[in-house]
Design a protein around this ligand. Structure first.
Ligand SMILES: Cc1cc2nc3c(=O)[nH]c(=O)nc-3n(C[C@H](O)[C@H](O)[C@H](O)COP(=O)(O)O)c2cc1C
Length: 376
């Protein structure tokens, strides 16, 4: 059974996803500013734009765990919204920190692009802290030139990888000046270990009910659910287009996710995914401290916003880091001493669709700060 037959089979009917375009494709820059809800924080246009671009950051299950408290114009606390954690697969909020780091990187790139410098102050000394960082933005000259096209067009792509190893020159260009990246070709012992163990860890997680229930809470099968939440995983963001996408949007529900047929079809899809790639990019960090994890999230986002320029797509597959005993074995198997933070399946693709994952409007994650709060 391959991916083309996957989704509808879980509902009892076989259809093909075929090569049809996504039914819900959106151009990346397409935003008519949403009408602010009553009582929304009155953001200045540049503030709204910087936060909109920041929120294009990736996050596990697309939970978008950030919350921004606005104390004054361009003075914000970036917070960690515990209602958006994934305790079943990320009990220590390690991945939440990586997502927050990616958000911070986007925020800084967007601010620089619009002519603002960022002054950061770290607040958190653990992954569960409600307030992560303070940031103050001020107009400045001489900022690094930033091209936000890569940020706007970045996406997770899960299918359509060519079986061609990344060229050493591309790996060098993408990781230049960024410590902690390691590339393994598929044919290498490490690449083969990652392919096989990613499949095994996925199987284990798929049949771990707590993890599957958590996934079911973040899947937005119908258009109505997607529009209501503007987060989570939609059929389009999972690469299910065409007739299959229509079927899934109309006939699937969170309960479908718990069915054996669904779990088995998920496994078939993962097998197809690990069977095609240009290798694995692995990111390590010097330690596991909260600021180090935020920095790892920033580093991954810097790479991820560039890969498209080389025709390369990226797909984080994190189950090996989430499941025992794989998480305890991975360093030894790859011959890496430092903690591993990201496992990125990557490869060249012929067809690189535009981003389709949902994002909450800015007003949904910004709140007013307490009057008189001083920021350093
Ligand atoms: C820390 C982290 C872990 C992730 N793990 C996975 C994963 O295991 N499998 C997967 O398919 N996508 C994974 N993703 C990708 C997210 O699902 C994706 O970023 C999100 O759905 C938003 O889509 P976008 O990246 O296209 O904007 C991960 C992303 C982050 C930041």
């Amino acid at each position: 059974m391959n991916r083309r037959q996957f989704w509808p089979a879980a509902g009892g009917v076989l259809l093909t996803t075929g090569g049809l375009a996504y039914l819900a494709t959106k151009p990346p820059q397409a935003t008519r500013p949403p009408v602010p809800p009553a009582g929304a924080v009155p953001l200045l246009p540049d503030e709204r734009e910087i936060l909109r671009l920041a929120a294009l950051a990736p996050s596990g299950h697309n939970t978008q765990p950030w919350r921004v408290t606005r104390h004054a114009p361009f003075q914000w606390t970036i917070g960690n919204d515990c209602t958006r954690w994934l305790p079943a697969v990320d009990p220590a909020q390690r991945e939440t920190m990586l997502s927050m780091g990616a958000f911070m990187q986007n925020l800084e790139s967007a601010a620089n692009y619009l002519g603002y410098a960022c002054r950061w102050q770290l607040l958190a000394d653990n992954n569960q802290a409600a307030s992560m960082v303070d940031v103050k933005l001020a107009k400045a000259a001489g900022l690094p030139a930033v091209d936000v096209t890569g940020l706007l067009r970045r996406r997770t792509l899960r299918t359509g990888y060519r079986d061609q190893p990344l060229a050493p020159a591309d790996v060098r260009a993408l990781t230049a000046g960024e410590p902690g990246y390691h590339f393994f070709r598929r044919a290498s012992p490490q690449g083969q270990w990652l392919d096989a163990q990613t499949l095994a860890a996925n199987r284990q997680q798929t049949y771990r009910d707590a993890a599957e229930q958590e996934l079911s809470r973040w899947v937005r099968f119908s258009n109505q659910e997607a529009a209501r939440h503007r987060d989570g995983l939609t059929p389009a963001s999972m690469g299910i287009g065409g007739v299959a996408g229509w079927w899934v949007r109309h006939f699937y529900s969170p309960a479908t996710v718990m069915k054996t047929s669904f779990r088995e079809q998920s496994m078939a899809q993962v097998a197809e995914q690990v069977g095609q790639s240009g290798g694995w990019l692995v990111l390590t960090s010097p330690d596991r401290a909260t600021p180090t994890l935020l920095d790892a999230g920033r580093r991954v986002q810097r790479l991820w916003t560039q890969v498209r320029g080389c025709g390369i797509a990226v797909h984080p597959m994190t189950q090996v880091l989430e499941e025992a005993p794989f998480a305890q074995q991975v360093n030894g198997a790859l011959g890496l001493a430092e903690p591993i933070q990201f496992l990125l399946r990557c490869g060249y693709v012929n067809d690189y669709p535009e981003p389709v994952a949902e994002r909450r409007p800015v007003e949904w994650f910004v709140q007013n700060g307490a009057v008189g709060r001083n920021m350093a």
